[in-house]
Ligand binder design. Sequence first.
Ligand SMILES: Cc1cc2nc3c(=O)[nH]c(=O)nc-3n(C[C@H](O)[C@H](O)[C@H](O)COP(=O)(O)O)c2cc1C
Length: 398
Amino acid sequence: MGELHGKRILLGVTGSIAAYKCPELVRRLQDRGATVTVVMTEAAARFVTPLTLQTISRRPVYTQLFDPREEILHLTLVEEADLFLIAPATANFIGKAASGLADDLLSTLFLAARGPVLLAPAMDAVMWDHPVTRGQLRQLREAGIDIVGPEAGPLASGLVGMGRLADPEAMIAAAAECLVSRTALAGERVLVTAGPTREPLDPVRFLSNRSSGKMGYAIARTAARRGAHVTLISGPTALPLPFGVEVVTIETAADMAAALDKRFPDSTILIMAAAVADYRPKAAETRKIARRSEGLRVELEAVPDLLAQLRPDRPRQLMVGFAAETEELVPRATRKLRSKQLDLIAANLVGPSLGFDMEEIALTLLDRTGGVRELGLLPKTVAAGRLLDAVVALRQKA
Ligand SMILES: Cc1cc2nc3c(=O)[nH]c(=O)nc-3n(C[C@H](O)[C@H](O)[C@H](O)COP(=O)(O)O)c2cc1C
């Protein structure tokens, strides 16, 4: 049984060149068990024909607000859907949706929708980067609309950049996540750490690592969507702040320790996804170190293990750690799970083309009861959902 079994998806298609991917998307949604009804804008019909989508979806395709077949189509179509997926969503559609314009069937349906809505933007990088587009997406996120993608890669314009329609599997995963109960983590106070730390050498230089923060941010977002109160303690990242999450920004491991001290007692689940420094310069110079032809020796000291210093109040507080290893993944993660007395550890291999700063991750989950589960390579957003499923399962065992 597919993850969308029995779900009714209303698929809105707008006038992006990526609309040519829609027949395949409809097929894949159907393969996962969904029934798909398609609504298209006039511009979309220039890129892919209603006949094609009608044939693949085996259902009527709607394009007109004033449809002689039904009087209040703009209300009934969304009422009958479990999820409203708009893919691809043009810059024009995003602008209309953010401003509440309802001048055709699709934009009117958007305003009438009260269930989950997922947008998959697709446009050229220059349009994606426009501050107006960014502002409108922020507005839509704040209104509770979920967004999947876009991805970086070759664009129809010949440029390479951000703006490609999300991969169909990422859209399906995001659609499934939109349909997950929004109360699975209700009552939990989830504290997530994410990103790297920076350990200063002098006022302008620091030691850091390649953590992008993507995994921790995905966990924070997903936990918030599932009903938890979420606080994210984040090292420096280039990521947009997740909606509906309280964010505390920090820089050094010492800042992280202080933020944890303050926030941990109130939390019920701690998820340490940050890549906190293991070593830091013993003393940071107060003035910029000048260039010296003889080179420079820097003495590093160990940073105290932040997890090992916390004293959880069990069974109220669950502790989840990450183990990024370049080898011997399971034995090392098992040792960490035990020595740090964690409830769950998410282990992953890291290397030049693995783990850090990638969109996908292959996690192995090891829990305190001896359970070991390999999740396989998944988008970080999906892996975040699976990790939270495992936390909920452990909570129920406690
Ligand atoms: C060949 C071609 C490709 C286009 N691709 C995109 C696109 O990928 N994303 C986008 O936002 N607009 C794209 N446009 C512009 C939209 O089609 C245009 O803004 C249109 O008004 C969108 O209408 P709609 O949002 O009602 O579907 C493209 C236009 C042309 C001619």
